[in-house]
Design a protein around this ligand. Structure first.
Ligand SMILES: C[S@@+](CC[C@H](N)C(=O)[O-])C[C@H]1O[C@@H](n2cnc3c(N)ncnc32)[C@H](O)[C@@H]1O
Length: 245
């Protein structure tokens, strides 16, 4: 998946609003008092900057997409360094970090096992790992499913099953592996929903057959354009934590 096309509109189409902040606070609490934190697949850098400000930690954000990193660098944040790298090849020495974080990244890495082993390598013994993804309910109950009937199947195949992810973490140099859910119910402005879908705000919308996307968008426009009734959406997060052995 090439994130170059998504980078420019990422923060606008996926705003870091109230629900983002609620989840970020949970992630931060799970990371603990890290002095050196790694954010893998940092994207436009929103969490890395938030963590640096809140923890007073030295944070490194890494991402293979130069376009996403350009957005991150524009934040001009203090205490955060950016490096272009994939999770499978982290440009840091062994045991350098106290904590590592990956938010909505494991479904796009080429090799989950290699990525987890690299995170284990750069963490110190006892170092904290926090991996955030979606539970299966998220795809089953996604608010756009009625418009894009193939979307849920694509995402179920792309995103790691939380139990399988926990097992992979446990097999990659970590112990005390624990998975918990966070259910958020949000309401969205119909125009914002349309703007997001027109901008293909989630990468899965780039993976649909073009006719499937156009057909769903036309039906969504028919149902939502000019309407002021908020759209209800459920988010079922999966938060997996572990300690470096
Ligand atoms: C859905 S975005 C999430 C970005 C950010 N973590 C956030 O939550 O806003 C996925 C990110 O993973 C990055 N990515 C893709 N392949 C990767 C890899 N092999 N290793 C690390 N990051 C990767 C993409 O460039 C993109 O920035």
């Amino acid at each position: 998946m090439d994130f170059a096309a998504l980078a420019g509109g990422y923060d606008e189409l996926r705003p870091a609003g109230e629900s983002w902040r609620e989840l970020a606070e949970v992630e931060l609490a799970e990371l603990g008092a890290a002095a050196r934190l790694l954010d893998v697949g940092c994207g436009t850098g929103r969490f890395a900057v938030f963590a640096a400000e809140r923890l007073g930690a030295r944070v490194w954000g890494v991402d293979p997409s130069s376009e996403m990193l350009d957005q991150a660098r524009h934040r001009g944040a203090r205490g955060v360094g950016w490096k272009q790298a994939a999770a499978e090849h982290l440009p840091f020495k062994d045991g350098w970090f106290d904590a590592a974080h990956a938010h909505l990244v494991m479904h796009v890495v080429d090799d989950v096992g290699a990525a987890l082993s690299e995170m284990a390598r750069v963490l110190c013994p006892g170092g904290r790992l926090v991996v955030v993804s979606f539970r299966r309910e998220h795809f089953d109950r996604f608010h756009l499913n009625p418009y894009f009937p193939t979307l849920a199947g694509i995402d179920r195949a792309r995103f790691p099953d939380p139990a399988a992810l926990s097992a992979a973490i446990g097999a990659s140099g970590f112990h005390d592996v624990a998975e918990r859910g966070l259910h958020q119910q949000v309401t969205l402005d119909p125009e914002a929903v349309l703007e997001r879908v027109r901008g293909r705000y989630i990468s899965t919308l780039h993976l649909l057959a073009e006719w499937d996307y156009q057909d769903g968008l036309a039906r969504l426009e028919h149902d939502l354009a000019g309407h002021d009734q908020p759209v209800a959406a459920d988010l079922f997060w999966s938060i997996t934590t572990a300690r470096r052995t």
